[in-house]
Ligand binder design. Structure first.
Ligand SMILES: [Fe+2]
Length: 307
């Protein structure tokens, strides 16, 4: 796969200051004003001023300049213009208005995390010792940006842009929310586009070490401000990852995630369509209605500003 990672995103919000404060608490490092780094992914989030909350841009890492030429011609076949530089290509996805940049950059190799010794029936591997997970006191930090979910006024067209134009692969489908899970790396999904009356950012997801790191980080965020809690702890049915969603002060959801499915061999993976009353969760609390239909969407569709 020539696309190899979701490198970074830019989020626009009406009032950046409290949102920046939220992502500092979330565990990202603000290396420069409004620019945030994850532990393994480098600078992956920019927060800038905008009239309403929305995803303004996303950057995808690619292997070489041949990938840029291939994407330029694919976009051209869709009737989408692109701008080419020596090591980058830019195009705007028309339905969401998201500016997509492809950049030639090296692949990021994450250092393997030591396996946590966990006991189970007939499997006593941690004996005469307390679990480090129960003793950990340091704040858990996001390792890297995992995925981003956006609403589109024409989700079918957005899907064509990203799959047929940019080269994302479809991992699974969720007909209940009219969405496709798409990847530009070995992660099960890096992008999901769902139908909405106005383009908006539904959530970003950030990879954590494990479920304990998800729980520890989210619990600390909620202890500091209970109104941040949205949905969790649970395990998704699609992508298999543990999740806990919080809300930033602009209304964007931010997900701590771990143990996502990895797809290394396209031929070995079978795309499936999920079904059931709550297709998003294998287990967890009931999905809040505000997660499926964020409360400010109607106001944003009317052109009123979010906070
Ligand atoms: Fe997610």
């Amino acid at each position: 796969m020539s696309l190899h990672r979701l490198a970074s995103i830019t989020i626009g919000v009406p009032n950046p200051e409290p949102v920046r404060s939220f992502y500092r608490d979330f565990g990202l490092v603000e290396a420069a004003p409004g620019r945030f780094e994850s532990a393994d992914g480098g600078e992956q989030l920019a927060i800038v001023a905008a009239t309403r909350r929305q995803l303004l841009a996303l950057t995808v890492g690619v292997d070489d300049a041949d990938d840029l030429a291939r994407v330029a011609s694919s976009l051209s076949r869709l009737g989408v213009a692109s701008e080419r530089a020596e090591r980058a290509l830019c195009a705007t996805e028309p339905a969401t208005g998201v500016r997509v940049e492809l950049v030639v950059e090296p692949r990021v190799a994450q250092k393997p995390l030591p396996q946590l010794a966990t006991n189970g029936p007939g499997r006593e591997v941690r004996v005469d010792a307390r679990s480090p997970a129960a003793l950990a006191a340091a704040p858990a930090r996001p390792r890297k940006l995992g995925h981003v979910v956006v609403g589109s006024t024409d989700a079918a067209w957005s899907r064509r842009f990203f799959v047929d134009g940019i080269g994302f692969r479809v991992s699974d489908e969720a007909p209940a929310i009219g969405a496709s899970f798409m990847r530009c790396s070995t992660d099960h999904h890096n992008l999901l586009v769902q139908s909405a009356p106005v383009p908006f950012l539904h959530h970003t997801a950030w990879e954590m070490d494990d479920v304990d790191a998800v729980g520890r980080a989210a619990a600390a965020m909620v202890a500091a401000d209970p109104s941040r809690h949205v949905w969790g702890l649970g395990r998704h049915g699609i992508g298999s990852n543990y999740f806990w969603y919080l809300r930033d002060p602009a209304g964007n959801f931010a997900e701590y995630s771990s143990d996502l499915d990895v797809i290394a061999d396209d031929e070995a993976w079978r795309v499936a369509a999920s079904s059931g009353a709550h297709p998003l969760a294998a287990w967890g609390p009931p999905v809040p209605s505000s997660f499926l239909a964020p409360e400010d969407i109607v106001a944003m569709a009317r052109g009123e500003q979010s906070s």
